[in-house]
Design a protein around this ligand. Structure first.
Ligand code: ADP
Ligand code: MG
Length: 672
């Protein structure tokens, strides 16, 4: 007799559960997706003990017919697919028919459901995959699924669960994500007696963001709008997932030459810098996913606008032809594979970047006690996200303690080269995260008395009424930089300037860096980088790794103004360098560039490399802090800065200018 046996369904389901049901949040995800697929518009999620003791999801969707309700717990039973062709164009969130039997095999599950077509409903009880009860019941329309004692029969899995708080945070993050993707639906999440999220239908995504995160977050975001583009498809397609059969996925003769991609959502202004990816929510065709390609496209969009170690807030919705994306990559359906990955990547990167550059906002001093109405929903504030965390675990990133917008006053990155040239005045983070120029502090009062009387009010007025029409619109952008009047320098490092719309403080080094960076990039694009010959070739010794990196980027180096050639064993000779940098800096810049490309895969983007090289040149060539500037020079700097594409952050992503608007000045002086 042979030794191979077919596993009984019960065992097979438990094995599948290992992949599908990793933790309570996975149960919530599967059930919520089913409710959405069923057309539910009112989705209520109730949990106890972080979902270990109880998860209940109620929807007002189409419900199940009695026969279907029984069938739903069979392995691979689904109403969403008919044949293998359907796999290429899946429009529902579910399709594998694995979730219900998997969940039922590792918990005590109660299903209560009624389809509009039937007068009575069905109640089914299953424990550890065994059917205990199936009966008719008088029920309202829709479906309620209650999952108790998750993993009660899988002690190994139970041990791996984290604290209740952590599991609850995963769940909250998940429900929050889905509520953002479906603004027209009601979502309610409660944990015991606590309401963590409750949002009612609204017309726009913007209103939903406001409901979930509050006005404070919304202020920091740039809305992408709906950006649609028809993109030509490369002739030879990228191979689909390994192991997947070729066939219909390869280019076919009748395939369209181009496909339409649509990106919408919100991204944060570059000044909003998060320490981890917990605030990045990515949906592809309505499906919440984690995807390296999309994450990479997002960070590339912020390249040179934000430090590489920071992350933005992003809520992205990519819509495309179902055939362009393979969702059948992983049992938990949280990964996808794009058929034309590079096309999608560049579309996402360029769309976001264009929008960021268009909006060109300046960082402002934020009054410390600004009222935030409404506050974010508790569920949205839980600092944890299953989807981002899974990626974060693979690549260590900073923990979430610093997950706050940076203080308005620039706190220089300690690694920045500027520090070297500033021995006596180092830009160190202040002891506490308070802006050093605290315009927002309440005025000093000698005796805390009653609110100002009418008499006092009149006296205040005697200081002079501020003409109301002098108040510029609050969202005035950096274009006003060109009209600024420099008043002087602070510490010979920051230019203080007055304008129609208030007070500006500009970091002279990073401002000049931005100007030079764009200049060098333009010269490079036009193939006309100004070079200077070295009096004597500069000989530089490389390590074996640097030698490899050098060989890879030599052509681009040359095009960027560094004329170099191999000179014996692991040595290169530099014969010319970009005119903008002094000869004394050449060696340092070259090592800096080699360091930034260290260990990059051979296919790393040429665009990124080009930007890196230009950023290094700009940084070295820019005026330093601790340097006295005369009025003419300051005026020139502000004018040039105003003319750049991106006057709000330096090529390394630090803020350039701080703005204290007239309105805020007036508010601080209690004049408005
Ligand atoms: P899948 O979602 O991949 O089809 P599931 O195991 O999650 O597989 O669900 C099996 C089937 O049960 C679904 O195809 C659907 O027909 C039905 N079903 C599950 N949940 C609901 C629900 N909340 N409302 C209506 N039908 C549901
Ligand atoms: Mg499902």
């Amino acid at each position: 007799m042979g030794r191979i046996r077919i596993l009984p369904d019960q065992v097979a389901n438990k094995i599948a559960a290992g992949e599908v049901v990793e933790r309570p949040a996975s149960v919530v995800k599967e059930l919520l997706e089913n409710s959405l697929d069923a057309g539910g518009t009112d989705l209520r999620v109730e949990v106890e003990s972080g979902g270990r003791r109880l998860i209940r999801i109620a929807d007002d969707g189409c419900g199940m017919l009695r026969d279907d309700a029984l069938l739903a717990f069979e392995r691979h039973a689904t109403s969403k697919l008919r044949d293998v062709k359907d796999l290429l164009s899946i429009a529902t969130l579910g399709f594998r028919g694995e979730a219900l039997p998997s969940i039922a095999s590792v918990s005590r599950l109660l299903l209560e459901t009624r389809s509009a077509e039937e007068t009575t409903g069905t109640r089914i009880e299953i424990a550890g995959g065994r059917m205990l009860r199936c009966e008719e019941a008088a029920l309202g329309g829709g479906t309620v699924i209650t999952v108790r004692d998750l993993f009660y029969n899988v002690p190994a899995r139970r041990k791996f669960l984290r604290t209740e708080q952590t599991e609850l945070a995963h769940i909250a993050s998940l429900v929050t994500h889905y509520s953002l993707a479906h603004p027209s639906k009601t979502f309610l999440l409660t944990s015991g007696a606590t309401e963590l999220l409750h949002v009612t239908p609204v017309a726009t995504m913007k209103e939903r963001v406001y409901q979930v995160f509050g006005s404070h977050v919304l202020d920091e975001l740039v809305e992408l709008g709906v950006r649609e583009r028809s993109l030509p498809m490369p002739r030879v397609s990228v191979p689909p997932s390994e192991g997947a059969p070729p066939g219909p996925r390869d280019n076919e003769p009748d395939e369209p030459a181009s496909r339409t991609f649509r990106l919408s959502g919100f991204v944060s202004r570059p000044q909003v810098q998060k320490a981890n990816r917990n605030s990045i929510f990515i949906f592809v065709n309505g499906r919440l996913i984690r995807d390296r390609l999309m994450l990479h496209a997002l960070s590339s969009a912020y390249y040179n606008l934000m430090p590489a170690s920071s992350f933005p807030f992003a809520l992205l919705f990519l819509e495309c032809d179902a055939e362009e994306v393979d969702v059948n990559v992983h049992p938990s359906k949280t990964e996808v594979r794009f058929r034309h990955g590079p096309v999608v990547h560049d579309f996402v990167r360029d769309t976001i970047r264009e929008r960021l550059i268009e909006s060109r906002p300046a960082p402002t001093f934020t009054p410390a006690a600004r009222p935030v109405v409404p506050a974010p929903q508790p569920g949205a504030a839980l600092p944890y996200s299953e989807f981002s965390q899974a990626l974060a675990n693979e690549e260590p990133v900073a923990v979430s303690v610093a997950d706050e917008p940076r203080p308005a006053m620039p706190v220089a990155a300690a690694t920045d080269t500027v520090l070297e040239s500033a021995p006596e005045f180092a830009l160190r983070p202040p002891p506490a995260p308070v802006p050093r120029l605290d315009f927002t502090a309440p005025p000093l009062e000698v005796t805390p008395g009653p609110p100002p009387s009418g008499k006092l009010q009149r006296r205040l007025d005697a200081h002079g009424e501020f003409p109301a029409d002098a108040l510029p619109p609050p969202e005035m952008s950096l274009s006003v930089l060109s009209e600024l009047r420099p008043l002087g320098q602070i510490h010979e490092s920051f230019i203080v300037a007055a304008g129609r719309d208030g007070l500006w403080i500009v970091d002279q080094h990073v401002a000049h860096e931005r100007i030079l960076f764009e200049q060098v990039m333009k010269q490079r694009a036009a193939g006309r980088v100004e070079m200077q010959r070295m009096l004597m070739p500069l000989i530089i010794q490389l390590t074996p790794e640097q030698q490899i990196d050098y060989a890879r980027i030599a052509t681009e180096l040359h095009a960027s103004g560094f004329e170099t050639e191999p000179f014996g064993h692991r040595t290169i000779a530099v014969k010319a360098a970009p005119a903008a940098i002094g000869a004394a800096n050449v060696e340092r810049i070259l090592f800096e560039i080699l360091e930034t490309v260290e260990g990059e895969p051979a296919g790393a983007s040429l665009e990124d490399l080009r930007r890196n090289i230009c950023a290094s040149i700009a940084c070295r060539a820019a005026i330093k802090i601790n340097m006295r500037l005369d009025a003419g020079k300051m005026e020139w700097l502000l004018r040039e800065l105003a003319a750049t594409d991106c006057p709000m952050s330096c090529p390394h992503g630090r803020p350039i200018a701080l703005h204290y608007s007239t309105r805020e000045i007036l508010k601080a002086f209690h004049r408005v």
